[in-house]
Design a protein around this ligand. Sequence first.
Ligand code: PRP
Length: 211
Amino acid sequence: MQQPVLQICDHPLVQHKVALLRDASTSTRDFRALSSELAGVLAYEATRDLELEDVTVTTPIKDTIGRKVTGKKVGVVPILRAGVGMLDGVLAMIPVARVGFLGMYRDEDTLQPVSYYEKLPKDLGDRLMLIIDPMLATGGSASYAAQVCKDRGAHTVKLLSLIAAPEGVERMHSDHPDVAIHIAALDECLNEKGFIVPGLGDAGDRLWGTR
Ligand code: PRP
């Protein structure tokens, strides 16, 4: 049986940025920039296994062999709203990626995801699909998003989150053991309201300046 993948990026610069992201005094503007920067690093890690092919490149000096990405194309799926805060960073790393959107919010009482919008590219079966959402809390939203991608034909799905709770990782590993998870930090637990502890608060509100 396939072992579920959880990769926590322990690079010093990532840990430094996570500390700034957690800080309640970090401004909306800096929070956005940090989310985007961290997302780029996670995208870099999550695409490490893309296939390459040799190509001839003519430099100003002579012909040489270069290597270019071949095979799977990439699709990126931010979960609205907070996932949008990671989109620029991922696209900076993979500019040709197609982008789909899944709109959902978490019901405050039941903590279940409520879907309100879906717009995905057509050819998901040919793509590495990267679901992006800064927070993996109970895992309900990410699990739902992975299922939607699979129902639309995706064979390879990965999840990129900035902060995760063990409960969310467990839920994803149970529901979707084939979906590799790439995160910048694994936190302690969820509190009684379903917020990640210590976490960073409500990522959507901090990104977009709402309350
Ligand atoms: C947050 C977060 C995730 C979800 C995580 O979204 O951005 O999408 O909750 O929780 P889960 O793992 O328990 O499903 P929220 O409901 O705050 O919506 P928003 O992004 O529109 O603010």
